[in-house]
Each structure stands twice: as structure tokens, then as C-alpha cells.
Design a protein around this ligand. Structure first.
Ligand SMILES: C[S@@+](CC[C@H](N)C(=O)[O-])C[C@H]1O[C@@H](n2cnc3c(N)ncnc32)[C@H](O)[C@@H]1O
Length: 279
């Protein structure tokens, strides 16, 4: 169980098979982060720490703290990606206020990659996440992040929703199983401004992304991606129905995501990136 009360589906091995591109396709957001040697950086939803440790190497005289709700990811990060200036803590980031070392106003930068669409899922705690990120920063400090934006992996959301309805869920139940919140640039700009940030940048990028090759262990390719990232959709039905739901989504998406010229599979990632300054 992860500290956010959800089943902990994450593991560094599965992440590497199904989505090793996530911490790698980060050159733009890292250029916005623009790490300085003395920076103190808080990484929200740091996962297994691959990217966090890269940031810590650049912030060689600073400090980096990675927070994540997955026990499995934090254990891997602590085992494989620590250094003198980089530490990790198990933390549900919808409740950042409970983490005194995070919200002490001492951080030059609050960073997040590919995690806020999970963390912002619940409307009840959305604003708290931004208010707490604001509190975490020094005056003039910046929140810099990349996450899924409106329309992200739309084919997958539609495929799962339909398959869950076919498996007996109501439309509302199927929608509620969606683990993500993908906001528009307008929503994000307004929300950051309402919290008090000065929004320096808020942008979309449509970035079709090539999936990793299929593996025998069913942890790569489309199926591996769906099993890992879509685990909460699958949890919405009883165990005996999960494989048939997964099979339906794979069948429906097969021709949608496959390129005829080489059989490679691509899904429609839409990224939302923002840079917002604490006044
Ligand atoms: C796709 S991974 C991204 C990890 C990492 N930032 C990277 O770029 O590789 C999404 C991460 O969000 C984390 N996450 C989801 N909900 C969370 C929550 N409520 N609090 C903290 N972390 C959360 C997951 O545990 C997972 O590590």
C-alpha cells in the first residue's frame, strides 16, 4: 500500500520496462529548471530517483529532497540514487503540509516531472498542493513542472472507460476509476495565479511517444504500459475480469497506436509545462 492509500503498483523494474522514456524525455523541463550549483530543490513525486539524482549532481553545493508516495520507489531511490546532498522521504504529496521540512520556505525551486497528474487527481486537495508548494519556496523561488495536459493519452482513457463499462461498471464508476487529472493551460494559469504565483510560462506540447518494445514478461510495450500506468483502472473491476478488460483495451488500441511502416507503437502524450514564481 502506498502512503496515499492506493495500492502500490510501482516498481523500478516495471517502470524501466514500460516507461523508461519518462525520466529521459525531460530536456525542456530541465532547461526551465536551470539548476544552479547552490540550489535547494524539492522534487515532488520523485519516483525511483533517477531524475532527482541527476538534479542533485548539478546542485552540487545545494540540497535536493525527493518526495513520493510509493514505498517501493522510495526504497529503490534510497538504495540506488542517494548522495550526500540528496535524500528521499515517503510522503503523500496531497498532504505536503504534514511534511515540515518541505513547507519551511527554504526551497529555491520546487520541481515535478510526470507526477502532478496523479497528485492532483482529487479535486478536494488540488489547491492545497499548489498552496503548499508556494509555502515551500523562498520568496522569488520557482515552481517548475511538467505533467500530462488536457487530451493526454486520450485514446487510452477512452479505451479503458469503454472496457470498464462493458465489464459492468456504470458510466460514473468507469469515469471515477480514471487515476489522472489532465488540466488545460487555461485552468493551470488561472489556478497558479489564484494561489499567488506569477506565471512566467505555461505551455502545451503534443508529443507522440514511442513505447518500449514488447517483452515476454508483459511489462513492456502497450500491454506493459497499460498494466503499470492503468493499474487503477484495472483495480475498479474484480480480479477475474481484469485480463479481459486489458485484452479489450489492447485490441481496441492496436491499430490506433501502431505505425504501419515498422510496427512501432506510439501513444498521444500531451505535456503541460509551467514555470511560476513565488512573489
Ligand atoms: C510516472 S512516475 C514519475 C516519477 C519521476 N518524477 C520521473 O520523472 O521518473 C509518477 C510518480 O508519482 C507518484 N505519485 C502519485 N501520487 C502521489 C502522491 N499522492 N504523492 C506523492 N507521489 C505520488 C508515484 O508514486 C510515481 O512515483
Amino acid at each position: 500500500m502506498a502512503t496515499n492509500g492506493k495500492k502500490d503498483h510501482w516498481s523500478a523494474a516495471k517502470y524501466s520496462s514500460a516507461a523508461s522514456f519518462v525520466p529521459k524525455l525531460t530536456s525542456t523541463v530541465l532547461s526551465y529548471l536551470d539548476v544552479q550549483r547552490q540550489d535547494r530543490v524539492l522534487d515532488i513525486g520523485c519516483g525511483d530517483g533517477q531524475l532527482t539524482t541527476q538534479i542533485a549532481q548539478a546542485a552540487s553545493s545545494g540540497q535536493v529532497l525527493g518526495l513520493d508516495a510509493s514505498q517501493s520507489f522510495i526504497a529503490t531511490a534510497q538504495e540506488k540514487h542517494t548522495s550526500g546532498n540528496c535524500t528521499y522521504k515517503l510522503q503523500d504529496c496531497t498532504k505536503l503540509a504534514e511534511c515540515s521540512e518541505a513547507i519551511d520556505g527554504s526551497w529555491d525551486k520546487v520541481f515535478s516531472n510526470a507526477a502532478l497528474h496523479w497528485i492532483l487527481r482529487s479535486p478536494e486537495t488540488r489547491l492545497d498542493v499548489f498552496r503548499d508548494a508556494y509555502k515551500a519556496l523562498t520568496p522569488g523561488g520557482k515552481l517548475i513542472f511538467e505533467m500530462g495536459g488536457k487530451g493526454n493519452v486520450a485514446e487510452i482513457q477512452a479505451g479503458f472507460t469503454a472496457a470498464l463499462i462493458h465489464a459492468g461498471l456504470s458510466v460514473d464508476e468507469a469515469r471515477a476509476a480514471n487515476p489522472w487529472f489532465f488540466p488545460s493551460v487555461d485552468w493551470m494559469t488561472q489556478t497558479l495565479s489564484d494561489v499567488g504565483f506569477e506565471v512566467e510560462k505555461c505551455e502545451y506540447e503534443y508529443r507522440p511517444t514511442k513505447l518500449n518494445p514488447d517483452t515476454d514478461e508483459k511489462t513492456g510495450g502497450l500491454e506493459g504500459w497499460l498494466r503499470l500506468m492503468g493499474a487503477q483502472f484495472l483495480d475498479a473491476v474484480e480480479e477475474s475480469k481484469r485480463e479481459s478488460v486489458l485484452r479489450e483495451v489492447c485490441d481496441v488500441l492496436e491499430t490506433v497506436v501502431t505505425r504501419e511502416e515498422d510496427g512501432s507503437k506510439w501513444i498521444g502524450y500531451v505535456r503541460l509545462r509551467a514555470v511560476a514564481r513565488r512573489k
